[in-house]
Design a protein around this ligand. Structure first.
Ligand code: ZN
Length: 187
């Protein structure tokens, strides 16, 4: 969803609440299984634009032990502040207002194009930060995954079940490279 913030950008002190109801976000990094709901408040604080509120959804994650998929609820706490730059003369209402984004994160996409705010991109960035790097589904009292009944120390390693370490090494795409390196060393 893209929102036109022209009105709020020109009115100092104005608050506009926004009820979130974004379709479930799915891309190569993030997979939501539910729409993103919640409420954001946009505030023009004079020299800054504030965006605060909460957003809730559920992420589709792969268990780091058994690779089974499971849904995990997430609750995002949004708290953003953007500097506003005014140019041109006259009243605030007629001046040109630009939202300043810092380029802290070079891989993040831009959030603003003039007064148009890319809400989906903001939520995507928050979800990326929130998503666990080693997802674990709900566990029982002994700490075993409720789906695969594995303990944390039984996390799947590549080739663990079907091959011996020697077989795994031989099947590795790097094995030929390793051989070549050995040949070079022995020459
Ligand atoms: Zn599991």
């Amino acid at each position: 969803m893209r929102l036109d913030l022209s009105e709020i950008l020109h009115r100092v002190g104005k608050n506009i609440p926004y009820d979130l109801d974004e379709t479930a976000l799915v891309d190569e990094d993030i997979e939501c299984v539910e729409p993103i709901t919640g409420r954001l408040m946009f505030t023009n604080a004079g020299s800054t634009l504030l965006i605060k509120g909460t957003a809730d959804t559920s992420l589709f994650l792969s268990c780091s032990r058994c690779a089974d998929y499971f849904a995990s609820p997430v609750s995002l706490s949004v708290d953003e502040q953007f500097e506003l730059q005014f140019s041109g003369g006259g009243l605030r209402e007629t001046q040109q207002v630009d939202v300043i984004e810092d380029d802290e994160n070079p891989i993040a996409n831009r959030l603003f194009q003039g007064p148009i705010f890319d809400l989906t991109e903001l939520l995507r960035q928050y979800l990326l930060v929130e998503a666990p790097t080693r997802p674990i589904p709900p566990c029982d009292s002994e700490g075993r995954c409720q789906q695969c009944h594995r303990l944390p120390e039984e996390v799947l390693a590549p080739y663990q079940d079907s091959q011996t370490p020697e077989e795994a090494a031989a099947n590795s795409p790097f094995s030929r490279l390793v051989e070549l390196l050995h040949e070079e060393e022995t020459e």
